[in-house]
Write a protein of this length. Structure first.
Lengths: 479, 368
């Protein structure tokens, strides 16, 4: 059903000729001070910035163009123009105890910024290197679940809307916006096809390059070579104008995406407050590490990679736990997929085990078919974090599953519930400190690199324990 | 003209054949179910040619900036008798100091003429024969070799970037040079797979050549080499002897269906019709999917056709799979809305119930 939900949303969008909302609450924080960064690279030169437009929501962009970014001096001039903008912005965020946020048009543009960050922080120029380091914060955060530092407008819109086209086609911001705000009286598919002709990523159109940009760049380089200052300035101006016609619509579309996501239609989402606090904490740590002079390597060591993988996995769990609690859509999807038990209380007993020792037992029934539950698992009331139930048994009776368990925490809260009440139970509250505890444990265990990461194979150590007769059965008993 | 060539000439309907090359042949494997693409490639055309010469539209072009970079990187590796390429192989230990024999086939016959193309083919074959005979003078690096791959009984020429083998190795591996930056784990995996498949086309050609010479085709192995560039520099990064079994398998599968496809294609067309007719192109069955945009210039046409036909693929691969029981998007819409004729079978009835339940859930989630 969860998969079909996405398909039905797309069908509805196609039927209406307009994107349909798939959530009712905000899925992303929009920092009022967020920077919109639109950059164009030269085709093939992934680590170049041919033009950049930078600004904020509701503010016209400042634009800077490097006539030929393949020349290092031109490129560095543009990058050094950008550095103070980010340095000041990061410093302001730090002073305010918040985090910086960068909005780009699409995942392609996001990848371009990440590529640049990786490249620039290894240049010899200390200022350009500093810009690379600052961008690395956004780049490193971008693959982490729930991050709010580097936002692709297409990803943010797709978290709120479904369109009547393919998922990959949603990566074109112009097409996506056309679905969301379709032009009146026009066929939506024709309007989308028209929108797709306008570049919205990090590169210019190859035919535009061939017909206009490349000849202009060639003339600019010739004028420079000939020492013709007037011609050089003239061609630089032409290149600026050409690139502005490309970059301005991308910047404006990103602004429009932010405006759409800022509409009052989207209700507040408490999960985002939690994610915002986490982001601010991450940013503070990142900047402290820069102050302390820790370097940012291109490739992580095996140990650092292990830590980062654990952090990412923990982030996925925590974001899911927070969303299931505070985001109605995530809760409903969880109930559909069976990660959330939505059950009716059919039994509740307080059993005396010994003098002054009681146990509260509960039985819930649910029609959910694909329930992801096992005996021994602890599930928490999603609307009252005090109540925790340890599952002791799951039984399917006809169209219903019966889940019985012992109340581990929140016995008083359990007694306040009535027979017939419907409760949602799911994973524990997000535990953001868990990774810190895990890191401490991993540090000890990984103090010596394990044999899997060394050239020497350890000698075989025969087990002293008796071998079970049925190995498979023994393994299954462990589960 | 061989009978197959005559059939292909008829299929092209007067359009000049082009060398589709390894990249063109590789594209067939990306969408093996697309009869339109296969017909075009097998006939010795490319989707871009069809766009330009048959449909009369502007063809896709490569950015001159990207082209300059690609050519410059290739020159950097292959100029000076392939010195840079040899160095990177030595540094990585894939070639020993004595493995220094390099031949650039393009130097033998550099022009883009019919005669020179044949000379390049012959020279490549002669050099490979040396290796097959175990001749110690066989080159370790053959730059710009020209091989042939027979599909539907017709030879398709492919010019690879290079072939490599140390003196100790029994035969050559195909190698490709790409100007993508190597970004470690962040390198686009689709680009890497595509490069491997392109090299794998060379491996298939080597296998055919070995088999023609009465040698086991397996001698060509299942490994390919790739050279990328370091980010923001022209330093080469070598990925030697990379496993390409899956790329070889997908190519072999796609190409093995080709002989019967030529018959099928001819049967699909009206008598005397050819691919030079836009109506014939539009009439060939296609298989539009989400990855077409990456490699086929005809994707917009195929998408428009899929939209007009109400093919569920226009909503994505997941929709096409989930709505398969309905047969078409229009029918799926009817089942969703509970209109039209009642479900034809149990599969449709189940789908209708699930779609309606999902729709209610969507309503609850989005507007709740």
């Amino acid at each position: 059903m969860a998969d079909l939900l996405a398909v039905v949303a797309r069908m509805r969008a196609l039927e209406k000729g307009e994107a349909v909302p798939i959530v009712s609450q905000s899925q992303v924080i929009i920092q009022p001070h967020a920077r919109i960064v639109t950059m164009l690279s030269m085709a093939g030169e992934d680590t170049s910035v041919h033009a950049v437009a930078i600004g904020r929501q509701g503010v016209a962009p400042q634009i800077k163009v490097a006539p030929d970014p393949r020349r290092r001096d031109d490129q560095y001039e543009l990058l050094l123009w950008l550095l103070p903008q980010f340095e000041d912005y990061y410093a302001w965020c730090r002073a305010e105890g918040t985090f910086p946020q960068i909005w780009v048009s699409s995942d392609g543009a996001l990848g371009h910024l990440d590529t640049l960050a990786d490249r620039l922080r290894f240049t010899e120029d200390t200022q350009v290197k500093r810009l690379g380091e600052l961008w690395t914060y956004a780049g490193e955060r971008s693959p982490i679940a729930g991050q709010q530092a580097l936002i692709s407008a297409t990803t943010a819109l797709r978290a709120h809307y479904a369109t009547g086209q393919q998922d990959t086609e949603d990566e074109h911001l112009g097409a996506l916006l056309t679905w969301i705000d379709p032009p009146a009286g026009r066929d939506i598919l024709a309007a989308v096809a028209m929108a797709e002709t306008q570049p919205m990523g990090a590169k210019t159109d190859p035919s535009f390059d061939a017909a206009e940009l490349q000849p202009a760049v060639a003339l600019f380089n010739k004028a420079r070579q000939d020492g013709d200052v007037r011609a050089e300035a003239f061609h630089a101006g032409r290149i600026q104008q050409m690139l502005e016609t490309v970059i301005r619509p991308i910047y404006a579309a990103t602004q429009r995406a932010m405006a759409i996501l800022d509409r009052p239609r989207w209700k507040a989402n408490a999960a985002l407050d939690i994610l915002g606090r986490q982001e601010a904490a991450h940013f503070a740590r990142f900047m402290q590490n820069r102050d302390a002079g820790y370097r940012l390597p291109y490739n992580d060591s095996a140990k650092a990679a292990a830590f980062k993988i654990v952090a990412r996995e923990r982030a996925v769990d925590n974001v899911e736990a927070a969303s299931i609690r505070h985001d109605r859509a995530a809760r409903e999807r969880g109930a559909e997929s069976g990660r959330v038990l939505r059950g009716t209380i059919v039994g509740r007993d307080k059993v005396k085990l010994a003098p002054y020792t009681f146990e509260t037992r509960m039985v819930l029934s649910t029609p959910q078919e694909s329930l992801h539950l096992r005996a021994g698992e602890e599930i928490w009331n999603l609307d009252d974090p005090k109540l925790c139930l340890r599952v002791t048994g799951i039984e399917r009776r006809g169209p219903f599953s019966w889940v019985s368990g012992i109340v581990e925490k929140g016995k008083k809260a359990a007694l306040l519930l009535n027979i017939g009440d419907v409760v949602d139970l799911g994973p524990h509250d997000p535990d953001w400190d868990a990774s810190i505890r895990e890191f401490a444990q991993m540090s000890t265990r990984l103090a010596v690199p394990p044999w899997t990461h060394s050239e020497v194979m350890p000698p075989p150590v025969p087990s002293t324990r008796p071998r079970p007769n049925d190995l498979l059965a023994a393994v299954e008993r462990m589960v | 003209m061989t009978p197959e060539n005559a059939r292909l000439h008829q299929l092209r309907g007067g359009l000049a054949p082009v060398e589709v090359g390894a990249r063109g042949i590789e594209s067939i494997a990306r969408n093996a179910d697309c009869t339109r693409l296969r017909a075009i490639v097998i006939a010795g055309l490319t989707p871009n040619d069809v766009i330009k010469h048959v449909l009369g539209e502007a063809a896709d072009v490569m950015s001159p900036f990207a082209m300059t970079l690609t050519q410059a990187f290739e020159r950097r590796l292959l100029d000076n008798a392939g010195g840079s390429l040899l160095t990177v192989y030595r540094e990585k230990g894939y070639l020993e100091p004595q493995d220094a024999k390099i031949v650039n086939v393009a130097d033998v016959a550099p022009r883009d003429t019919h005669v020179d193309r044949i000379r390049r083919e012959r020279e490549t074959r002669r050099l490979i024969d040396l290796k097959m005979r175990g001749d110690p003078t066989a080159p370790n690096l053959i730059l710009k070799p020209r091989l042939t791959l027979t599909i539907v009984g017709v030879s398709h020429a492919i010019e690879l970037d290079y072939l490599v083998a140390s003196d100790k190795e029994p035969f050559y591996r195909a190698g490709v040079i790409k100007s993508y930056a190597d970004r470690g784990g962040k390198t686009n995996n689709a680009h890497v797979r595509s490069a491997y498949r392109e090299a794998a086309v060379g491996t298939l050609a080597l296998r055919q050549l070995l088999e023609e010479a009465g040698r086991p085709g397996d001698l060509a192995g299942d490994r390919v080499d790739m050279v990328l560039k370091a980010p923001a520099s022209f330093s080469p990064r070598l990925f030697a002897a990379q496993r390409a079994e899956s790329e070889l398998a997908s190519l072999s599968r796609a190409l093995s269906a080709a002989p019967s496809d030529l018959d099928q294609i001819e049967q699909m067309l009206p008598a005397g019709a050819s691919l030079a007719d836009p109506a014939v192109i539009e009439g060939l069955p296609n298989h539009y999917c989400s990855t077409c945009k990456e490699h086929c210039s005809l994707w917009k046409h195929c998408r428009a056709q899929a939209q007009a036909q109400g093919n569920a693929i226009i909503l994505g691969d997941q929709a096409a799979e989930q709505l398969a029981a309905a047969g078409s998007l229009n029918r799926a819409m009817d089942l969703l809305n509970g209109v039209g004729r009642p479900p034809d079978n149990r599969a449709e009835a189940v789908l209708a119930a699930e779609l309606q339940a999902a729709s209610l859930l969507l309503e609850r989630i989005a507007n709740g």
